[in-house]
Unconditional design. Structure first.
Length: 133
């Protein structure tokens, strides 16, 4: 698989799962379970992709894509691995946190669905570990 495809998968996975969660908003209160499952799948897939890219970068020394605009070397791989693991752990924690907030009336189920679809995408897109050269 080309490096460009690997970077595209890494960067577009959060966007894809955010759009899928966004499409669930019309289901109303029943969307909570669906969004939780989609969120879990998204963060798991993103962790796997991040670690796969890190392993590929470690094997190749460094990888470039998009006309040398995207680059991961050893240090970038370290940051990507850290961000992937921390992003996964915060994503898992957010499920229970949002459930608690909804149960105690701090958030409505609709607001919790919006936060679960939006915040992980923002976090991962701004800290994806893909650096410009």
């Amino acid at each position: 698989m080309s490096y460009s495809v690997m970077f595209a998968l890494l960067l577009l996975t959060p966007l894809l799962f955010s759009l899928l969660c966004f499409a669930c908003r019309k289901r109303g209160l029943s969307a909570t379970c669906t969004v939780t499952v989609l969120h879990s799948l998204g963060i798991t897939l993103l962790l796997i992709l991040a670690l796969w890219v890190v392993q590929t970068a470690a094997d190749a020394g460094e990888i470039f894509a998009a006309g040398l605009w995207l680059h991961i070397d050893g240090l970038g791989g370290l940051f990507l691995a850290i961000l992937g693991v921390i992003g996964f752990l915060t994503g898992v924690y957010s499920i229970g946190y949002m459930r608690h907030e909804v149960a105690h009336g701090e958030l409505s189920p609709v607001t919790a669905v919006r936060l679960l679809r939006f915040l992980p995408s923002v976090f991962v897109h701004h800290a994806a570990g893909c650096y410009q050269q």
